[in-house]
Design a protein around this ligand. Structure first.
Ligand code: PLP
Length: 454
């Protein structure tokens, strides 16, 4: 490519971007990120940004981690590719499967590998169907997800996702997928309703939905322990206990999508540990390799695993898997990445720096544009509102969030605007000084937003 301008115009001409307004992109062109180091990335003009979203909620160990480069290089030299079909295996995938199972302390028995979180959740849907067919319950197939959930974009996982933009004009969701209310207390609680009462109401609503559909037709409930891409929404107190009680009563599997919350994001190893979730199936991705390689995993409890194993024996094979399931380079990188997370105490750092991040953001809570500061550990959402007293959103919805997203770049900060919620999810290696610097850059952004909407 002969010049920056050439590469930008080639991008516009030849590259169809995900999650991008393609028509707008023809006018703006791309922001080309060229390199990264620690919590920072640099664009092709040398401008530095704090990556306040760790890429896509995923680069736990930061950018430029040489140990991961070396792990990938070593594995590339030894065995760059092999598959795991038809009884084949290799050492990195064996070791990683064991490591993941060990992390769950006996709650999970086996790990199945895919390339992405979306494929992992598609795998979950298929396994849930396979499981119930194996048990002779051909009608028990519906899966309940939540409005504003994010579980990916393939046909089944986009159906689980509870965001209109992932359904509209894609002929989704599939009819077997149902959605129940989003557990966002600030937005959906009745006036004066406590978190506990709100959680009870949501559990009752789930019970009513199951009764309406017929308990014998509902197979599973899926949720992110804390919702990420839907707007950084932490569950109200007692929510997961009450939801799980409803599921257990009707023999409905509980699936924890830990694609964002896994490996320390919330200050404990898993989001399930934070909220007392006892899942039958867990889904991991993103921080499993710090996204240096594409990889995801579906973990099955002993109960689910045994039924699936038995059925594969009966059918003759488990007819599911990807060319790159448990790819040796991706699994080798995951092993080194998880080692770094443990050796450097990054889960504890997420708890400590997360507490600081929330303290710094809560110090802004009196700002007239800030309706709510939420999240836990190293994930936070700051919801901007047009009227603080009435919680009235901006019109159009997303006006302030989109402006904040754009304008933050001017101040050397990458955040996410989810409607009018500004999301933060920095690398787990962030230091207290860097947390303060990130919030300083956000304050400058907020000043710009105030002028813009004012
Ligand atoms: N599940 C959750 C909770 C996610 O946040 C995401 C992606 O953001 C996915 C699944 C989908 O993962 P992928 O983008 O790797 O398909």
């Amino acid at each position: 490519m002969s010049s920056l301008q050439d590469s930008h115009s080639t991008d516009v001409r030849s590259h169809l971007h995900p999650y991008t307004n393609v028509i707008k992109h023809r006018g703006t062109g791309p922001r080309v990120i060229d390199r990264g180091a620690g919590i920072y990335v640099y664009d092709d003009q040398g401008k530095q940004y704090i990556e306040g979203m760790a890429g896509l909620w995923s680069v736990a160990v930061g950018f430029g981690e040489q140990r991961l480069v070396e792990a990938a290089t070593r594995q590339m030299s030894q065995l760059p590719y092999y598959h795991t079909f038809t009884h084949k295996s290799h050492l990195p995938v064996i070791e990683l499967a064991q490591r993941l199972v060990d992390y769950t302390e006996g709650r999970m028995a086996t790990a199945f590998f895919t390339n992405s979180g979306s494929e992992a959740n598609d795998t979950v849907v298929k396994f849930v169907w396979y499981y119930n067919n194996a048990l002779g319950r051909p009608l028990k197939k519906k899966i309940i997800a939540r409005q504003r959930a994010y579980h990916g974009v393939t046909v089944a996982s986009a159906s689980l996702t509870g965001l209109a933009g992932n359904h509209r004009d894609f002929d989704l969701p599939l009819p077997q997928i149902k959605h129940t209310s989003c557990p966002h207390h600030y937005r959906h609680a009745n006036p004066g309703e406590s978190e506990e009462d709100f959680a009870t109401r949501l559990a009752n609503e789930l019970e009513a939905l199951i009764q309406q559909e017929g308990p014998d037709t509902v197979a599973a409930f899926i949720g992110e322990p804390l919702m990420g891409a839907g707007g950084v929404i932490a569950p109200p107190r007692t929510y997961w206990q009450k939801i799980q009680a409803v599921c257990r009563k009707h023999d409905i599997l509980v699936i924890a999508d830990e694609v964002i919350t896994g490996f320390g994001r919330l200050g404990k190893r898993f989001g399930s540990d934070v909220y007392g979730i006892e899942p039958d199936i867990m889904v991991f991705s993103k921080q499993i390799t710090s996204s240096y390689q594409p990889l995801a995993a579906v973990l099955l409890s002993p109960k689910v695993n045994e039924v699936i194993a038995e059925n594969s024996g009966k059918v003759g094979t488990l007819g599911h898997g990807y060319t790159a399931s448990g790819h040796p380079v991706a699994t080798a990188v995951a092993l080194e990445n998880l080692k770094i997370i443990d050796e450097r105490g990054l889960i504890e750092n997420a708890a400590d720096c997360g507490a600081l991040l929330h303290e710094e953001l809560r110090a802004l809570a009196d700002h007239p544009l800030i309706g709510e500061v939420r999240g836990t550990g190293l994930i936070a959402g700051v919801e901007l509102v047009a009227d603080k007293a009435t919680k009235r959103p901006f019109d159009p919805l997303g006006k302030a969030g989109a402006y904040a997203y754009e304008q933050a770049h001017e101040h050397g900060l990458i955040i996410r605007g989810i409607q009018d919620t500004v999301a933060f999810c920095p690398p787990l290696i962030i230091t207290p000084a860097e947390v303060r610097e990130m919030v300083t850059r956000f304050k400058r952004t907020l000043d710009d937003v105030t002028r813009y909407v004012g």
